[in-house]
Design a protein around this ligand. Structure first.
Ligand code: PLP
Length: 410
C-alpha cells in the first residue's frame, strides 16, 4: 500500500507575493526595522479599526512591554485564564508580578465570574485570551472591571489616569475576529496579536500591540513611547541613523530590544493584504466543513465559530470528544499520526505544567479546564488544506472513536 499523503498541522502560507515582498526587502539594502514594518503596522491597525499598532518580535515580548508600560511589577497581581499558552503567565512573572489563574467557560475562554472572585486591591491587569480565535466576553469583563473600580489602588501616574484595572487582551489567535461586530483589537485597552509561524498571519516570529486606551490617553503618544522602549530606549532607530549625517543619539529609557525586522514584516505584509478577502474566508470554509461533518456525531462537541455578529478568526478547530477520556484523546492522536495526519492539543492547562505544579497548583482546582483538556483535539485548519484532507481527518477520527467505544461497550 502506498504511503498516505501527509497532512501537517499548521504550515505557513507562502506564495509568490510573500516571496516577492521578502526579496524586495532583501534587495533593498535594508532588512531590519524600517518601511515594511511601518506598512505592516498600518495594515494591522486598520484591520483592528484603530490608528496605532506597534510591531515587535513576538506576542510574548509585546505583552511584556504593554504590561511594563502600565507599570506592572513586584507585588502586583494579573488575572489570566488557566487555559492558555505559558507565555500569558510568564510575561507576568518576568515583570516580578504574580499571575492569578482562573477557570474558563465551556467555550475555552476566561470565565468572567471567576475574574470577579479573583480581583483584589493588588490586581493591576486582566489578560483575557481569545482561545482559538473566539473572542472573550468583553462586555461582561468590562462591566466587572467598572464595578470593582473601588478596589483599584493606583501606584503611578498612568494607573491614576486610567483609574481602574487594565484590560490587555492576549489575542495571539484572534487577528481578524469580531466581537459583536467590532474587530479584534478594539475591545480591550491594549491588544496583542501573535505573528508566530503557525498563526493566521505570520512574520515567522512577531507580534503587534494595538493601542486602544480611552480618553484622556493619547494613543499616538503611547505608540511613540512603546516604540522607543522596544528599541533600547534609543532616540533614533537604525533606519533613521543610516540616512547619513544623523549619527547622534541618546538613550532616554532603559528599554528592551524587541523590534521586528523588515525582512520578517515582508512575509506578514504579503499575507495581510489578502487576509480578509482570501485567507480568512478559506479558514472559515474549512471550519464550516468540519462542523458539517462532526455535528451529526453524538460523541462530538464542536467549538464556537459564529454567533450573531461575533465571529472567530478560525485559528483552531478544537473538537472535544464525549465523554471526556484522555486515553481516547491520546489514542486518536497517535493513530492519526500513523496515518500521516498531525493532530494537536491546545492547551495543556498551566496548572498541569511542572513549573506551576511545583508551586502547588492543581488541575483539579479548575474543573472546566480539566474537563476540556481531557477531551480536546485540535484539527488542522489553514487555507492550503483541501476538502478531501478534511474528510480523511474526519473519517480517521470517527473510526478510532467508534472502535474504541465498541470495545468499551462489549
Ligand atoms: C494564547 C497564546 N498567547 C501567547 C502566545 C505567544 O506568542 P508568541 O510566540 O508570538 O510570543 C501564544 C503562542 O502560541 C499563544 O498561543
Amino acid at each position: 500500500m502506498s504511503n498516505p499523503k501527509k497532512i501537517p498541522f499548521s504550515p505557513p502560507y507562502i506564495d509568490e507575493e510573500v516571496e516577492r515582498q521578502v526579496l524586495e526587502s532583501l534587495r533593498s539594502g535594508w532588512i531590519t526595522t524600517g518601511p515594511k514594518v511601518r506598512a505592516l503596522e498600518g495594515e494591522i491597525a486598520s484591520l483592528a479599526g484603530l490608528e496605532h499598532a506597534l510591531c515587535v518580535n513576538s506576542a510574548t515580548s509585546g505583552m511584556m512591554l504593554a504590561l511594563h508600560w502600565y507599570g506592572v511589577g513586584p507585588g502586583d497581581e494579573v488575572i489570566i485564564p488557566v487555559y492558555t499558552y505559558v507565555a500569558t503567565a510568564l510575561v507576568v512573572q518576568h515583570l516580578g508580578a504574580t499571575p492569578v489563574m482562573v477557570d474558563i467557560r465551556d467555550d475555552f475562554n476566561i470565565n468572567p465570574q471567576k475574574i470577579r472572585e479573583a480581583i483584589t486591591p493588588k490586581t493591576k491587569a486582566i489578560v483575557p485570551v481569545d482561545f482559538g480565535g473566539w473572542p472573550c466576553d468583553y462586555d461582561a469583563i468590562r462591566e466587572i472591571v467598572e464595578e470593582e473600580k473601588g478596589k483599584f489602588q493606583p501606584a503611578n501616574d498612568t494607573q491614576e489616569k486610567l483609574g481602574r484595572i487594565l484590560l490587555m487582551a492576549d489575542a495571539a489567535h484572534s487577528i481578524g475576529a469580531a466581537y459583536k461586530g467590532k474587530p479584534s483589537g478594539s475591545q480591550a485597552d491594549l491588544t496583542v496579536f501573535s505573528l508566530h509561524a503557525v498563526k493566521n498571519v505570520t512574520s515567522a516570529e512577531g507580534g503587534a500591540i494595538c493601542m486602544n486606551m480611552p480618553e484622556p490617553f493619547d494613543n499616538a503618544e503611547i505608540y511613540a513611547t512603546m516604540r522607543l522602549w522596544s528599541l533600547n530606549g534609543q532616540t533614533k532607530d537604525a533606519f533613521t541613523k543610516s540616512q547619513g549625517g544623523s549619527w547622534r543619539y541618546d538613550i532616554v529609557y532603559p528599554g528592551f530590544k524587541i523590534n521586528m525586522p523588515d525582512v520578517c514584516a515582508a512575509i506578514a505584509l504579503a499575507q495581510i493584504g489578502k487576509y480578509k478577502d482570501e485567507l480568512w474566508p478559506e479558514r472559515r470554509k474549512i471550519f464550516d466543513l468540519y462542523t458539517s461533518l462532526f455535528e451529526n456525531e453524538e460523541w462530538a462537541d464542536l467549538p464556537p465559530g459564529k454567533e450573531g455578529n461575533t465571529e472567530s478568526s478560525y485559528h483552531l478547530f478544537a473538537l472535544r470528544i464525549k465523554p471526556r477520556n484522555s486515553e481516547l484523546r491520546d489514542r486518536v492522536i497517535h493513530l492519526a499520526a500513523e496515518d500521516g495526519i498531525a493532530l494537536n492539543v491546545h492547551f495543556i492547562p498551566l496548572a498541569e505544567l511542572s513549573i506551576f505544579k511545583e508551586k502547588g497548583f492543581k488541575l483539579s482546582d479548575f474543573p472546566m479546564a480539566k474537563d476540556q483538556f481531557e477531551g480536546v483535539i485540535t484539527l488542522p485548519i489553514y487555507p492550503q488544506l483541501e476538502e478531501e484532507d478534511c474528510r480523511r481527518i474526519f473519517t480517521t477520527i470517527k473510526q478510532v472513536v467508534t472502535e474504541y467505544q465498541d470495545v468499551a461497550i462489549n
